[in-house]
Structures are given as structure tokens and as C-alpha cells.
Write a protein that binds this ligand. Sequence first.
Ligand code: TRP
Length: 456
Amino acid sequence: MDAHNSERHRRPLFSSRLSIITVAAGSAIGLGNIWKFPYITGKNGGAAFIIVYLCCIALIGLPVLISDFIIGRRGGGSVVSSFRALAGERSPWLFGGFIALFGSATVLSFYGVVAGWSLEYVARAACNDFAGKTPAEIGGMFTDFITSPVAPIACQLLFMAITAGVVYAGVKKGIETFSKVMMPVLIGIILLLCLRSLTLPGAEAGLAFLFKPDFSKLSAAGVLDALGHAFFTLSLGVGTMITYGSYIDKKEDLAVTAVQICIADTVIALLAGVAIFPAVFAFGVEPGQGPGLVFVTLPNIFAQMPGGYIFCILFFLLLAVAALTSSISMLEVSVAYASEDLGVSRKRATLILATLISLVGVVCSLSMGKYEAQLTFFGKNFFDLADFAVSNVEMPIAGALSVIFVGWMLKRRKVEDELTCNGTLPVPLVGAFLFTAKYLAPVAIAIVFLHSLGMI
Ligand code: TRP
């Protein structure tokens, strides 16, 4: 049923293996690595959590990523049309495509808000706004900013405009070119920050926290955090990697590409830890501060550190660049759908969708400030509700659907063809992959899902 070839020729393809890795790693590496990974690691006690996280990436994240790539490349279309090409018109599997579409738009609406904060913080760092302030004052500045009605929205809209600009320019000219320029910048900045952090007196305590496991600090909730985060950080469960998979050339080795993306993503997350924790310990600050780690604890540390002025600017620039290469991948999911399945021109689709998604983002932002009371539903403000609906409900469901689809519905021969490029590549672990896709990943995802809904 996968009669997709004539259609495929008209679609853009990434130009080389390096481009695929840069673009997909650009999607994977984002706020999740630089903001969320360090704070959940801090909250869960450090090294032991990291070991569990690495297992989750290898055993669950990687097979789901490979499944997404298989669906995208074999299906050869947007997230919905790929399922349609493989499962048939009117198949219930199209549901998987549609919820991914919904998820990608929703995730971008609140991701754009946090990414907007990083733009504001680049400006604040450049104006040296944190100098001479107490930690409490820096905390107050953050709360005042994110709850105010205008400034964070202006930043969010600016961020969304840049995102839309890149997607508007197209898959190759926009997304590929942008990622190829930005990813080296990102790596350069993170290495500089690591160097600064590691040369502070007292940095060893931070390294011990990151790399010396103490399993007594690990809780069951920590294990589930690790699994949930493995999903988010690899951009799984919202159709991003299915859409990007459809731009991968038939000759590329999907499994090796996926492994390289997982490695790149993990290395950057660990480097973010190395950039942050030695500094946190060197200044005697508490590592488990939660989401404020990056916007409150770090500016406070930079304000006291020799050379902190420059490093603070670099840090928030890093955050903004990482967020941009991710947000373009979220917008691309619905733009690809609208332009291929609904026949809207790509440029038009980009403008309309970016506007709609930004408007939802405005509501997310307002729901944290003065309008919180009006914008609270089911006991959560709209921002938290959007985050919860996608991260805890939609992503696990769509992620499970893609591994189950590849594990159970696609014929083994087709999976083998994709993994071995029609028998031309030796891929030794097809059996192991199928076992994980069929059993291990769906069960693990179901456990996280039920836990996050408070059912177990
Ligand atoms: N993976 C990115 C991060 O770590 C975020 C991201 C990009 C994403 N595309 C996504 C998350 C799709 C979920 C789904 O920040």
C-alpha cells in the first residue's frame, strides 16, 4: 500500500548525512537539554539519575526515534500522509498523525513563550542588569517579568517571527542552512561555558555530583522523569521526526543516523550539566532548585563570577539558539501537513500557522500573570495545562502508536528493507529492534503514562 514513489520525487531531501544529523540534532537539542535536563538532574540527585536517563535513551528513545524515521521515510509525506500511505485511507492509524499534529502546534505555543524569555535574558545580560543584585532580587525580576502582560509576549512574538522566517524559506534553504550555521555556534558557546565553569575554584564538587552515582538519592518518580524526558529531548511523539524522516534519502542508514542523533543530544545535555553544576557548587548554591535554575540561579552566579558578564550573555544566547533550531522543527510538522495534504502554499501555510500558534502562545503567557484566574482550567493555568496535555498525554500516546505501528503493523520485510536500505547495508540488530518496538517500548511508555496521570 505504500505507493508513494512518484509523490516522493517532488519532495525536498536533505543534502547529506551531515545535514540530516545537524537538522535532527538541532531539533533534539533545545530547551530540554539546556534548561530542563540540568534542573531535573539537580532535583533527582545527579549521577544516578543520569545513568537511568542514559538507559532510557538507549532502550526506549532510540527505538521510538528509529520507528519515527521508518514511518516518515517509508510513508514519504507529512505526519498524516505518511500514516495514510502505510496504513490506508480511513485507517484508524491516521488518528496517530492527527494527534501528533495537534501536539506539535501545542508544544510550540508554550515553547515559544519560554524561548522568548531567553531573548529577553540575552538583552538583560548585555545591559548588565544582574550586577549587584541579591538572589532574592534576581528571583523577583524573573517573576515580575514572566507575569507582566506585555514584555514576555513581545519577546515570544519576536521569537516566533524568527522561527516562521526560517520555515518560510523552505526545508533546504531555510531549515537546513540555518541549522548548519547555528549548530557549530551552539557547540562553540557550550564548550566555552564548560571551560569557564571547570576552571572555577571548587568545581570538582559539581563534577562529582554529575558523575559519581549515589543510588540512594534516586526515587521511582526520578526514573519516570528520566523516561518522560528521553521522549521530550529527542523530539518524539509529535511527528517531528516522522516529518524529518520523510526528507531523508533512501540510501541513508537510518539506524546509524538515529544512534548519532541520540549521542549528539546526550553529549550536549551532559555538557550543559558540566557548564552549570561546577559553577553551582563553586558558589555554594543549592542544585535542586527546579525550573528557576537557569533563569534565577545562573544569573545570580554569573553576577559573582570573574568574566561573568560575557558568560551570562553567551549562556542565554546558547539557550535562544538551541530553542530556535527546535522550534523550527515543531512548526515544520504542521506546515508540511498543510502544504502537502491541504494544498495551501508552503509560504502561506507558514504565515497562517505561525500566527495561530503564536496566539495560543499569547494565552499561555497571559495565563501566568494578571489573568491567571480567568485562564485557569482543571486547576492548572493555561500554560501548565498545555504542557501537561502534550508532555504527559499526547506525546506518550503518539510515541507508543509509532513504535506499535512499526513493531506490529508494518510487515517485517518492510522494516528490514528500511533498516538495511533494501538489503544493501548490514544491520545486525533488526530482531532486537523489533523486540523493543513490539514489547519493551510500549510497556515502558504505558507505565510512564499511567504514572503521569496519577493512576500508578
Ligand atoms: N527536543 C527539543 C528539546 O529538547 C524540543 C523539541 C523539539 C520537541 N521538537 C519537539 C519536543 C517535538 C517535543 C516534540 O528542547
